[in-house]
Design a protein around this ligand. Structure first.
Ligand SMILES: [Zn+2]
Length: 298
């Protein structure tokens, strides 16, 4: 693990332990897939599969472009995957910040750039980068409970320039061909994603989970049937309590519910906040009925 300037450079083997330690309070709903286009294998000065350009120089170059040309506040992406399987972590775009990678579709996503131009006939992804990519996406899915499917792991090319999700990559409608018309050797369509890339990520995630599970079974086997039942009941109770607390919290600070919309419209000049407790909205509706002499039929 090396830190220099605005980036951290991780060996692929360091990624999982590093990510597991990160405290991410932003809710992550999905992962983006991008290729950098430029930089690519040519600008990285690849000689016999080994890039001659320094990793940090490449990362700082992207950051410089994002800040000085695009006028963004920081590097657009959170993570950058190199051709040799190393991962660049943007220290100026920590995981609690929304990325700047797909116009209007960044909230809740992790922004990931894969170094290369994977349009047909340009760069062919190295085996090391592929392996690292599978592991990286699986580790992110594990950490953030992201399901491995095309709703949650999304290619840039599935969106228009204004951020509308398309049913598939559509030349002429898609904002870009990113992550490349030859991405993963299969292309950038939904079918291509489902052919090799996502199944490979799924298999790796399974492998990671089984690896963890292997440290547990002994304890399970030593438990009696009664203890197992007790454990299941306890787990259920804990989950019920957690659900109840979550529901109560949501009720204490809710946006105007549909049944209070008319009342809110009527009083909105007197209300400073758009959220309130369930009881607040209920009381508002009662006042509204009183003011307008609307009786409730029973
Ligand atoms: Zn992209």
């Amino acid at each position: 693990m090396i830190q220099k300037g605005n980036f951290l450079l991780l060996e692929i083997s360091e990624f999982r332990p590093w990510l597991q330690k990160q405290k991410v309070t932003r809710r992550i709903k999905g992962l983006q897939v991008h290729h950098t286009g430029s930089p690519n294998y040519t600008t990285r000065k690849m000689v016999n599969g080994v890039a001659q350009q320094d990793h940090f120089k490449c990362l700082e170059g992207m950051r410089d472009y994002h800040i000085n040309t695009n006028k963004w506040i920081a590097t657009g992406q959170h993570l950058t995957l190199f051709e040799d399987g190393k991962i660049g972590v943007s220290l100026d775009r920590d995981l609690n910040m929304t990325p700047a990678c797909i116009y209007n579709n960044n909230a809740g996503y992790v922004g990931i750039e894969i170094i290369g131009c994977f349009d047909k006939g340009v760069d062919t992804m190295t085996a090391v980068q592929k392996q690292a990519g599978i592991h990286m996406y699986a580790v992110l899915c594990e950490k953030f409970y992201v399901p491995v499917n095309t709703d949650k792991i999304v290619y840039h090319g599935w969106y228009t320039a204004s951020g509308t999700r398309l049913s598939d990559y559509t030349p002429g409608k898609s904002s870009k061909s990113c992550p490349g018309t030859g991405y993963w050797g299969d292309g950038n369509t939904i079918a291509a994603a489902n052919k090799n890339f996502l199944p490979q990520v799924r298999a790796e995630l399974e492998r990671l989970r089984n690896g963890n599970a292997n440290t547990k079974p002994k304890d399970d086997e030593q438990m009696t049937e009664a203890e197992k039942l007790q454990m299941t009941t306890l787990e259920k109770t804990v989950k019920q309590q957690a659900d109840w607390i979550k529901a109560e919290k949501a009720k204490a600070n809710m946006e105007c519910p549909f049944w209070a919309k008319a009342a809110y419209e009527y009083y909105k000049d007197y209300i400073s906040d758009t959220t309130g407790s369930y009881d607040f909205w209920r009381q508002l509706v009662i006042n509204y009925r009183k003011d307008n002499n609307i009786k409730v039929s029973k």
